[in-house]
Design a protein around this ligand. Structure first.
Ligand SMILES: Nc1ncnc2c1ncn2[C@@H]1O[C@H](COP(=O)(O)OP(=O)(O)OP(=O)(O)O)[C@@H](O)[C@H]1O
Length: 270
């Protein structure tokens, strides 16, 4: 399968989350949340642990049902677009008894082998097609998971902290790969991450969820590929991180922030 080169205007879905609420028992996790993603846009969701990032992703993926509100893709109920949506998790979720190639082609009808090899080539793993998942590194397993998503030519890619378990260098390589395939295919991306630097490196917009709603909607207008060492990158990262840490769940009092947050020393928001 040669995935067609596409512009962001043609391939990605426009996603509209309108007044979506989600309660688990007495607890309101999302409260009338509104979020719009343009076609082909790359948006990162950040926020304190438990603020509802994964819940929002799972609602969009159709793995949970909203208590109220609705989600549309290209103006139609999103349920109709679920076949064009793929999700990646922190764990690659590969079947250990199937080869890398078989994992990529999982569930596909007909002769999918050429397409699976093509998808593996896109993530730089063509030569590992006949290996077992256990023979791969964590980063390679996530590449297989990405290939397994790409073979379905998704129009919406949902990433739930997919790089959370990887070491720093592997993460940076994965950032480059994800950015490359996103630019090539033009799908819309929603990435959940605890790593504010990762959000600034990849996203067109960084969204902070707090108190069940959007507390910050920050455009990232830096040219790509982004240089983490630049002053503009660092300033934006610090601004977002300070904002995340200032949320009510924070154990740090807002008045103490300046003393506690040193740019460069801290970029994770748990
Ligand atoms: N199926 C469920 N049943 C009950 N409570 C749930 C369920 N799923 C999530 N929650 C609760 O909803 C809240 C939000 O969870 P969610 O996983 O969306 O947060 P998160 O922002 O992704 O957190 P983290 O960054 O730690 O992954 C948490 O308090 C969680 O315990």
């Amino acid at each position: 399968m040669n995935a067609p080169l596409a512009t962001t205007a043609t391939r990605g879905v426009a996603l509209d989350v309108r007044a979506v609420s989600k309660q688990f028992g007495e607890r309101t996790v999302l409260d009338q949340l509104d979020l719009r993603l343009d076609r082909g846009e790359f948006v990162a969701l950040v926020g304190r642990s438990g603020c509802g990032k994964s819940t929002l992703l799972r609602l969009i993926a159709g793995l949970e049902t909203a208590s109220s509100g609705d989600i549309t893709a290209d103006g139609k109920p999103h349920a109709q677009a679920q076949a064009q949506t793929r999700m990646m998790f922190q764990d690659a979720r590969l079947l250990p008894w199937k080869t890398v190639l078989q994992n990529v082609g999982l569930g596909l009808p007909g002769d999918w082998k050429a397409a699976a090899l093509n998808a593996l080539a896109e993530v730089g793993l063509e030569e590992h097609a006949q290996k077992w998942p256990a023979q791969l590194s964590g980063g390679q397993r996530q590449r297989v998971a990405l290939a397994r998503a790409l073979i379905h030519t998704p129009r919406l890619l949902l990433l739930d902290e997919p790089l959370g378990a990887l070491d720093a260098l592997t993460r940076i390589e994965m950032h480059q790969l994800i950015e490359r395939v996103w630019q090539k295919h033009g799908f819309t991306v929603l990435l959940v991450t605890h790593d504010v630097q990762e959000a600034v490196a990849l996203a067109d917009r960084v969204i902070l969820i707090e108190k069940g709603q959007i507390g910050l909607d920050q455009a990232v207008v830096l040219p790509r590929p982004r240089t983490r060492a630049s002053h503009e990158f660092g300033a934006l990262e610090e601004h977002i991180l300070n904002r995340v840490l200032a949320t009510p769940q924070s154990p740090i009092s807002p008045s103490g922030l300046d003393a506690v947050v040193h740019f460069g020393a801290l970029r994770w928001a748990q």
